[in-house]
Unconditional design. Structure first.
Length: 80
């Protein structure tokens, strides 16, 4: 797969796979958002389409809020 993509994309792709701890999971989540956004913007531009950046920002903001809430005392995987 490494030969299919640009070196920068390959480097970023490696960051989207998390280990089994919460912090690494969050880092992988945001790396996935970043990589998807970059590739989606490039694709939209090459197709002459408008990329809905505001939707991406809403999703990232929501994920940041979830991360913040999860870090608060008493928050756990079994609370919903």
């Amino acid at each position: 797969m490494e030969s299919w993509v640009a070196p920068e994309t390959w480097e970023r792709l490696a960051r989207v796979f998390a280990h089994f701890d919460a912090e690494d999971g969050w880092e992988a989540t945001f790396a996935t958002c970043e990589l998807f956004g970059r590739v989606a913007r490039e694709t939209a531009q090459s197709l002459g389409c408008r990329y809905p950046a505001e939707i991406e920002e809403h999703i990232v903001t929501f994920a940041r809020q979830l991360r913040k809430e999860a870090a608060q005392p008493g928050a756990g995987a079994d609370t919903q």
